[in-house]
Every structure is written in C-alpha cells, then in structure tokens.
Design a binder for this molecule. Sequence first.
Ligand SMILES: [Zn+2]
Length: 388
Amino acid sequence: MGKFFRSTKLWAVGAASVVALPLLGGGPAMADGNFPSTEGNTNTASILTYDGMVKDLLKLERNSRYDVDVFTLEEAGTTVNKSEQGRDLYVATVGDGPQDVWVQGRIHGNEPYGAESILSLLKNLGTNGSSNYEEIRDAFTIHFIPMYNPDGSELNIRQTVLWDDVANAPLLDAAGNEQRVDLNRDWVSDKFQASESLAFYEYWTMVQPEYGIDIHHQGLKQEYGTGDDVTLSLGISLAPGGPTLPTLANGEYDILTRQMHGYVYQELSKSGFINMDRYSVGGSLEIDIKGGVVSAMMLGLNYQGLNPTGHSNPVVFFETSGNTSDGSLGQKARGKSIQQNILAMETLLLGLATDEVQSVDPEVWEEIPHAPVTGYQTDYAGIIPVTP
Ligand SMILES: [Zn+2]
C-alpha cells in the first residue's frame, strides 16, 4: 500500500534526478496556486528535441546499473521502421520480468512531457537499487517509447505529416495541401496511413504486452463541483461501462482498467500536489474511440494478419493539464507536470507488480471526480447518449 509514498528518502532520490521539487510535506493540494500554471511562456526551444532524446537514451544505456537496452525498430526487425520523414523510431527496455509492458509518450508531437517523464522513469529504473524499483524490474520487461511521433515533435504539432520520399517534401493531396495524420486515430484496418503506425503496430504484435500506459496533455481544466484546477486526468479510451469495453475479454478490461486508475487515484491523492479527475470531453462526455492506438490494443486489432492470435491488453492514459497549442503550458509548472507523470507511471507499475491493483474495488472509479456522464464521443457513431 502506497509504497512509493512511505519513504521520503526514495522520493528525494527519485526527484533529484529529475527536477528539484519539494515533493512531500507540501500541504493541501494547490496551496501554492501555481500548478498548473500558465506563467512563464512556453519556450519551445527548451522542450526536448529528437536529437536530445536519442542522446539521453544512449547515455542511460551506457550509465545504467541495471540493463537498459536502447534500440531502433529497424534493429528490432519491423518491416516498416522509420517515421514519415525517415527518422529512426526508438524503444528502450528495462527489467527482465516475464510480463511485458508498453509505455508510450508523445504520440502527439506537441504534448512534450510524455517523453521527458519516460526518460526520467527509465533513469530511475535503470539506476535505482531500491526494493520498489527492483520489484518492478523483476515483474516486468518494460518497453518505453519516449517519442512515438518524432516528426510531429520536431514540428511541435499534434500529427505527423505524410511525406514524399522522392521529393523529400510533404506528400500533397489533389488540392495541393499537405496531409497531416493523427497517429492516435490511425490504428484502424482501413487506415494505417502513416509509417509510424505500421512500425509500432508490428512491434506491438512482436511484444504482445500484458499492460500499457499512454501519456498525453490536455487543456486547462477545473474539477466538476469544486472548480479546483485539475492537474492530471485519468482516462480510458474505451469508456468503462460504455458501448465497447464491457464486451472485450469477457468484461475483464472493464474491471481491470477501473482498478488501474482507481489504484493510481488512491495513491496519488496522498501526494499533496496532484489534483486528479476522470478524463472527459465537452464537460460530460467520455470517449469511446476505436482508432486510438491503445483502444486498438484492447480490441486486439488484427491488421494484415499480423496478430493472428488476437492478442489484446488493457491500457490506461494520463493527461497532464496545459499544452503548447493553447499556450497554456507555463514553464513554472514544468517540474510538477513531469513529476506527476513519473509518479503515476511508477505507482501503477508497482501496483501491478504486487497485484495490489487487482485487489482494488473497481467502484473507486466512481469516486474519482467527474461530471455526470451524458454520453460517449465516438469515432464510429458520433455521440452515443447514455441510456438510463
Ligand atoms: Zn494527446
């Protein structure tokens, strides 16, 4: 129970390697009023670049005490293995446990902290000898993808741009416009427009993970009922109790995803600086998006016969408040924004490793602040209202 919050020493070590933060004894949540914060312009020049990520990964591989293996999808042997613009796609693994876990960040290029928090967690797992990290390494082999969308990251845009390799320029449609693809809507059998989607899909079929985590950013948001600033929203891309999730894996994912977030909610509520709610869109809608990468994982998508056994796995996502597109990602909140993702990921991994997640009452999902759900925003049937 709450192992990551028992020891101030552990957190002092973990935090020092990332950002200097007063993590504990911070008093009531939001007391300092600067998290999330729009103060301090988002200086995109200070955001991790692709080259910076590669450099950091190779350094972690060199310096880690526990085996960190950094490789490209070309080295992993996927058929398609570069981004649209020809960048290598990087994965780093740590741990030697029997179960594989998939952790991806920055599938949306303008949502930077997925990459930075993954690199920090990779460093913790690669260097820290504490029993918590050891337990995670013993249970799992974790496949970290810090920058799923390197082209979009370099451009600081959500999507990737389809590329004409011969002209070395954007591929133009009939009207002469460049074509941008949201990689998180592209894992659908009649799509797979972008190279990144094919490459990572094939890698997923090779790994066949047990669990997944996906890191995003959202706009600024206030908690329903209290109006307090939300710093982290907990989401599942096929809504629990919604049109799809209860039909998958004999209902198992409908329970397990609630437990995963229920555990994170219970543990991170103790942090004193993270204010969570359930992810929603338009105030009262949950999402039921089948083309999202992590949805397709839960659906067990078998594209071009690459997943003949119908492997599937449950996944949850985290949404940090504040983003570069709205200009709401203030530099002042940077440290805490990254730290809450690290805490969320390592707490969930430890909870899964110890089976504490699996013993959480799924009803905790209802306790996480949220507006009454009136419907589901889908990518296949518009808005489906909740039927009473
Ligand atoms: Zn996103």
